[in-house]
Design a protein around this ligand. Structure first.
Ligand code: LHQ
Length: 263
């Protein structure tokens, strides 16, 4: 791994930290960064030692979306942006969503376009108070992608989602937290320590149960109550057979801290 790798990664105490690393371009996505990010999410799927993922950005930005210099319209070529989504964004979004481990996002600076929506696809989003979320698409004639047209109205309702997407107005981290778009806005100096502490806490948690919890809450977006109650039965049955359930209850009865293994 070198300083010029498009994504930096490290695995420590169960936390896979993934840093988008094109700071000169505010970590906007080129093909190499897309593939490198996806490889890290795939690693989180495959490696049992990974029990939580923390995504952040290098430098002053989190991610400014697609690298707009990558495909210059002045070349005269008609782009197929649908293909870009199918090839690059959508597989990564699906991998993040289906990962049965928590993904924490530490939004260290501006998150624009697909960069904002990649952040919102994470399970718990913390942001520095100086960070802004911008649905920048309308400024260049595009529509919200990277899952944003789905997540925005679900997180903050249609009225706010439409206004953000149609105006491309920047939203401060504090307002994003007030609206329920993200979990917390933190003082800039507190962002990484708190994000790392949260990731470490989750990585020591009952990973199987946490993964089932993530899955169940996601399924609720499309299930009716009856279906969801049935799903709770099925997944609680599974959680109840885990080593971590036995350990959690035993630790409670013995008045000590649990030692979860993730199984
Ligand atoms: C950038 C970028 C960038 C390249 C800053 N690209 N260089 C699109 C197309 C294809 C398929 C599917 O999906 C998508 C989805 C999308 O993501 S569309 C939305 C793309 N993103 C944007 O429209 C945001 C463009 N960036 C901005 O509006 C500003 O840079 C923001 C508001 C993010 C930050 O503003 P500032 O803090 O004032 O920074 P800056 O503009 O000075 O940027 C710093 C450098 O980063 C600068 O380079 P330079 O060499 O001049 O120092 C920018 O050119 C570069 N940069 N975003 N997306």
């Amino acid at each position: 791994m070198t300083q010029t790798d498009p994504v930096l990664s490290s695995l420590k105490d169960g936390v896979l930290t993934v840093t988008l690393n094109r700071p000169d371009k505010l970590n906007s996505f080129n093909e190499d960064m897309h593939l490198a990010l996806r490889a890290q999410i795939q690693r989180a799927h495959d490696d049992p030692d990974v029990r939580a993922v923390l995504i952040t950005g290098a430098g002053r930005g989190f991610c400014a979306g697609q690298d707009l210099g990558d495909r210059d319209p002045r070349s005269g070529e008609t782009p197929d942006l649908g293909k870009t989504l199918e090839t690059f964004y959508n597989p990564t979004l699906r991998l993040m969503r289906s990962l049965n481990k928590p993904i924490i996002c530490a939004v260290n600076g501006v998150a624009a376009g697909a960069g904002a929506n990649i952040a919102l696809a994470c399970d718990i989003v913390l942001a520095a108070k100086s960070a802004k979320f911008i649905q920048a698409f309308a400024k260049i004639g595009l529509i919200p992608d990277a899952g944003g047209s789905w997540s925005l109205p679900r997180l903050i309702g249609e009225a706010r989602a439409k206004a953000l997407a149609l105006t491309a107005e920047p939203l401060t981290a504090e307002t994003a937290a007030d609206w329920g778009l993200i979990w917390q806005a933190l003082d800039d100096a507190e962002l990484m320590p708190q994000a790392q502490a949260l990731a470490a806490q989750l990585a020591q948690g009952p990973t199987l149960g946490l993964g089932l919890t993530k899955q169940l809450i996601q399924e609720a977006a499309t299930n009716d109550l009856d279906t969801q109650l049935d799903r709770e039965c099925a997944l609680q049955r599974q959680a109840g057979r885990s080593d971590d359930y036995a350990e959690g209850v035993t630790a409670f009865l013995e008045k000590r801290a649990p030692r979860f293994t993730g199984h």
